[in-house]
Design a protein. Structure first.
Length: 538
């Protein structure tokens, strides 16, 4: 059976000669693929051209198959224009049954003009994080591949080591022609931060100290005095002495020079303060009915002074001035402090005592009391006896003051009617100040005076009068009549402003020693009388 379709006719005869027939169609089925072998790789020199026309290489391929008959095809097809470079040509064998086999033929179209490559200019930087542009590569045939050929493993944006790193690149065109270039990247010493370990400080009457900076690893460094008279022991040693300090600011710089990468510096400030002279105030002072006073202190030899108060809310016009105006003093003794300090040395202070002499002031209000009680507490609003003297007395009425020179005392036996009591504050530097208390004594529960039973009218200044307590003050219209033992009137008066002195009314002769009798009509609308004996004794 050959390739294609074969028809087979089948006839069947019986014994009688009868027949029947049919046709069988036979189609061969070949599943074995042909085998194809491509020719050896082909190299074509195209000079300076960048393209060439593809030839037909199907005739150079070798094909074998178990059945005769096949065709050979090529891709890309012959006549295709190819650019310079390496091309893979596929050659396929197809038998009559559609079985295929393929092989690949390498066709090299070589041109011989070298590409061109330009690297960036050399780079010198202080920043280890380096950015740069890729080299520029060109070729006459426009197809070029750029490769980095150094083994640094570093590229743009990476961190480069200190020193010089050489980067190399190669440009290869499609024909394998190559060109190369390289450039250097130099990273200068990385600037370190200059750090002084010693802290800024202040001293009182101290003129040297050890100073220390963080050692450097990349660049040299040195100490430089920029303020004051201080001396550095070893200017290149990060740990050294700083001596001969002067009063005020002493400043030294620890500085590193990195050339084109600049400088790094840190500064240490050392303040030296002078011990101020002891604080001194001028006083004490006394205020007499004043609200403000000039205060004085010695000016500070160093630092500054400040006034303060331990008493109330004393105000200062210039709180830091040694001579200033102070006001708003409390009554009594005020304690002011003048302190001198410079914030570092031991402060000193002195105390100024300012006495604000209080005006006399009686705590009690004017009042009325009952004749039957006839006593009263007397209290000064200011009771300090250290700086102020006190005196109580009557300018109207009368009574017995228990302690007339005490700020707190007691008065009794007040006169009936109006009594005016005076309090005096005394101080050697100030004028006396006064306050008064008005006490009116009245009868509240009936008049029952203490009437003496005898008196001694001998002009010795003691008990010379027949005094009836509060009579005239309480009952100015009272009628007083005194008779002897025979009933003769020896004294009579309306009102008892002037008590009986033991003499005969109108005649003025002295009455003899003996017993007399009095009758007192109060004339208060109640017809009340008081009677009793009174004896004259000489």
């Amino acid at each position: 059976i050959s390739q294609g379709q074969t028809n087979v006719d089948v006839v069947v005869l019986d014994e009688a000669g009868n027949s029947a027939s049919c046709t069988i169609v036979l189609v061969p089925n070949d599943s074995i693929a042909p085998e194809i072998t491509c020719p050896a790789p082909v190299t074509i020199n195209i000079g300076t051209d960048c393209e060439d026309t593809l030839q037909d290489y199907t005739t150079l391929a070798t094909v074998t198959d178990n059945c005769p008959g096949w065709i050979v095809e090529q891709s890309p097809a012959p006549g295709t224009v190819l650019l310079a470079g390496t091309h893979n040509i596929t050659i396929t064998a197809i038998d009559i049954f559609g079985n295929t086999d393929a092989c690949v033929l390498q066709v090299d179209l070589l041109e011989f003009e070298l590409p061109e490559i330009t690297c960036p200019d050399p780079i010198q930087t202080c920043d280890p994080n380096v950015l740069f542009d890729d080299p520029v590569a060109t070729d006459n045939c426009a197809v070029v591949q750029l490769n980095q050929t150094d083994l640094s493993g570093l590229t743009s944006g990476d961190t480069f080591p200190v020193g010089i790193t050489t980067l190399s690149f190669e440009a290869i065109d499609a024909s394998g022609n190559a060109a190369s270039c390289s450039f250097d990247i130099e990273v200068l010493g990385v600037p370190e931060n200059a750090i002084i370990i010693t802290q800024n400080t202040a001293f009182c009457e101290e003129f040297e100290l050890n100073i220390e900076a963080q050692p450097v690893t990349v660049a040299g460094a040195q100490w430089t005095v920029i303020s004051g008279d201080g001396l550095v022991g070893d200017s290149s040693n990060p740990s050294t002495n700083f001596t001969n300090l002067s009063y005020g600011l002493n400043a030294v710089v620890w500085e590193m020079d990195f050339g084109v990468c600049g400088r790094q510096a840190d500064t240490l400030a050392v303040m030296v303060y002078e011990q101020p002279a002891p604080a001194q105030v001028f006083g004490p002072l006394t205020l007499c009915n004043e609200t403000e006073v000039n205060i004085s202190a010695a000016g500070p030899t160093a630092g500054q002074g400040e006034w303060s108060s331990l008493s109330g809310n004393v105000g200062f016009f210039l709180v830091n001035s040694p001579n200033t105006l102070a006001q708003d003093f409390e009554l009594g003794e005020n304690v002011l402090i003048w302190e001198v300090t410079n914030g570092v040395c031991v402060p000193s202070s002195d105390t100024l005592f300012v006495l604000n002499v209080p005006p006399a002031n009686i705590t009690s209000q004017d009042t009325t009391i009952c004749f039957e009680e006839n006593d009263l507490d007397l209290v000064s609003s200011w009771t300090d006896t250290t700086h102020v003297g006190y005196l109580w007395y009557f300018i109207e009425g009368g009574g017995v003051i228990d302690e007339s020179q005490s700020p707190i005392t007691f008065v009794e036996n007040l006169s009936a009617g109006q009594n005016t009591i005076v309090l005096v504050h005394t101080h050697p530097a100030c004028q006396n100040s006064f306050d008064t208390l008005s006490v009116f004594v009245e009868v509240c529960e009936g008049y029952n005076p203490k009437i003496p039973t005898m008196f001694t009218p001998n002009n010795d200044g003691k008990n010379d009068l027949f005094v009836i307590e509060g009579l005239h003050a309480l009952f100015p219209s009272a009628e007083v009549t005194i008779v002897n033992r025979w009933g003769s009137v020896v004294f009579q008066s309306i009102g008892y402003e002037e008590p009986w002195d033991g003499t005969k009314m109108n005649g003025g002769e002295e009455m003899p020693v003996g017993t007399y009798f009095y009758r007192i009509r109060l004339n208060d609308g109640a017809s009340e009388e008081i009677t009793g004996p009174i004896s004259i004794v000489r």
